[in-house]
Design a protein around this ligand. Structure first.
Ligand code: SF4
Length: 220
């Protein structure tokens, strides 16, 4: 499978989950290369390029070497490599907790829907610079809802983003709004406005713990 390359190495590292309902949980991170969107504020643009090719056996061995039974698979867009992902997850112990971060444009395969414990789906709004036709796929989003294991995280720039979120008719108790930020300073500035929007619409505020802890450093 093709792994994002960071500092000449495949990006596999041990850290704390920084977003979503398991924020703060220790996990091993695997960042896959390639994305079908091009968000203007993407903080992992290096993942768009072809990365390091590693066999699934090698990737599984690296994930297991940390002794941590929680794995976060991110990208890029991991579902572009759905077949390799199925083969990788088959090599991990059944009690491993698997989270997948996805932009929600590609539906999960049946095997992935069965195995993945938690989908962190992050549909991209107009301020990402992607067209709605590219970024918002109702059929794929419905497939994630049907798993019963999906959360929907929206990067929010202003209160004007809410109508587009509401129009998707996703389960309200599974919505998370997150400030648009890549640095501590941006996060601190954006957080109060997003908190107010969450209170207004009774949805969850998602912080971005990794930015609070490590600012814009990558691979941590
Ligand atoms: S979907 Fe994610 S990885 Fe892809 S361009 Fe957007 S922010 Fe970057």
């Amino acid at each position: 499978m093709n792994i994002a390359r960071l500092k000449s190495q495949p990006e596999i590292f041990y850290s704390l989950q920084g977003e979503g309902p398991r924020c703060g949980t220790p996990a091993v991170f695997l960042r896959l290369a390639g994305c079908n969107l091009h968000c203007s504020w993407c903080d992992t643009r290096y993942s768009w390029a072809p990365g390091c090719e590693l066999g699934v056996d090698e990737v599984a061995a690296r994930l297991l070497s940390y002794g941590c039974p929680s794995v976060v698979i991110t990208g890029g867009e991991p579902l572009l490599q759905a077949g390799e992902l199925e083969r990788l997850l088959a090599l991990l112990p059944p009690d491993f907790y698997i989270e997948v971060e996805t932009n929600g444009t590609l539906p999960p395969t049946p095997a992935l829907a069965e195995r993945v414990n938690q989908w962190n789906v992050s549909p991209k709004l107009a301020h990402s610079g992607n067209s709605p036709e590219q970024a918002l796929c109702p059929a794929a989003l419905a497939a994630f809802v049907a798993t019963g294991r999906a959360w929907f995280k929206f990067v929010v720039q202003s209160e004007h983003d809410w109508p587009a979120i509401a129009a998707l008719s996703l389960p309200q108790q599974r919505l998370i709004l997150m400030p648009c930020a890549t640095t501590r300073a941006e996060l601190a500035a954006a957080r109060p406005g997003v908190a107010a929007l969450c209170l207004q619409h009774r949805v969850r505020l998602g912080d971005r713990l990794h930015i609070s802890l490590w600012n814009d450093e990558k691979g941590v």
